[in-house]
Design a protein around this ligand. Structure first.
Ligand SMILES: Nc1ncnc2c1ncn2[C@@H]1O[C@H](COP(=O)(O)OP(=O)(O)OP(=O)(O)O)[C@@H](O)[C@H]1O
Length: 252
């Protein structure tokens, strides 16, 4: 079954097409990487999937339902959650409170009951479970701004999980993090439940080839090829596009 799909999707900014005629089908339960050089349109495509940017033409479907005209929160309610290239955490709040807020958001309790609901045991228990998954329990009471950046990136994953997604989109989850910590982040991503569909954007080809089971290559807004890691690493055009680019050695 297809978890999320685009059909002939284009996104234009004025006369410039950042995404052109993209048809992409992500199978339920797959770990799908979206790769391509800087400016290829990866982030724009991710924004379009999650509802942050409007499609100029074409369609977006979640579990077969047309969501092209739905906003971001309506898509979250349909099981789509995401992390951002630059994190969106509340830096003055504690690590735990960031996840508590996300759980309350899912329960649609943020506005009405924030003070009272923040002390609700079930909410706190759930938030702590998400933190435990990303190995951040020991940091629960620290303010986010004190947390090393690599751990903030893990916290973002916990926040995204609080929406209880069926599809999780991760835009460069290890961007700005030293190589040793990228490993830890991808190890946690790898440990996510197998029925959670993952789409991730990543520049580090070693991580992509280790953790993805399918790869789509985007160049100048268009898909040039899609396949298994073995198929992609043997693809001449992909090698041409990546040769000599930053961190973009394509493993053989
Ligand atoms: N709001 C916007 N208005 C105009 N042009 C935009 C806008 N957003 C993105 N672009 C352009 O669209 C193209 C694709 O950008 P995008 O950020 O999607 O690429 P990317 O593949 O994610 O790049 P990177 O790997 O560097 O993050 C770029 O040329 C960018 O300048």
């Amino acid at each position: 079954m297809t978890a999320i799909e685009t059909r002939d999707l284009s996104i234009r900014f004025g006369h410039f097409a950042a995404v052109s005629g993209v048809s992409l089908a992500i199978a339920a339960g797959s770990r799908h990487a979206l790769i391509g050089p800087n400016g290829a349109g990866k982030t724009t495509l991710v924004h379009a999937l999650t509802g942050g940017v409007a499609a100029s033409s074409g369609m977006i479907l979640i579990s077969g339902d047309d969501v092209t005209r739905l906003g971001e929160s309506a898509r979250v309610r349909r099981g789509l959650s995401r992390t951002y290239q630059i994190n969106q955490l509340f830096r003055g709040l504690s690590v735990l409170d960031n996840v508590v807020l996300a759980v309350l958001e899912r329960k649609q309790l943020t506005r009405v009951f924030w003070r009272r609901a923040a002390h609700d045991n079930a909410t706190i228990e759930e938030a702590r479970e998400h933190l435990a998954f990303v190995n951040l329990i020991a940091h629960a009471d620290r303010p986010v701004h004190e947390l090393p950046y690599g751990l903030q990136r893990l916290l973002e994953i916990a926040v995204a999980l609080a929406a209880r997604p069926r599809i999780l989109v991760l835009d460069e989850p290890a961007a700005g993090v030293p190589a040793a910590q990228s490993e830890a982040i991808f190890e946690r991503i790898h440990a996510l439940p197998r029925d959670l569909t993952l789409l991730f954007v990543e520049h580090d080809m070693n991580l992509v080839f280790r953790f993805a089971d399918r790869i789509t290559v985007l160049v100048e807004g268009r898909i040039i090829t899609e396949g298994t890691p073995a198929e992609i690493s043997g693809n001449e055009r992909v090698r041409e596009v990546y040769l000599g680019r930053r961190g973009a050695h394509v493993p053989a």
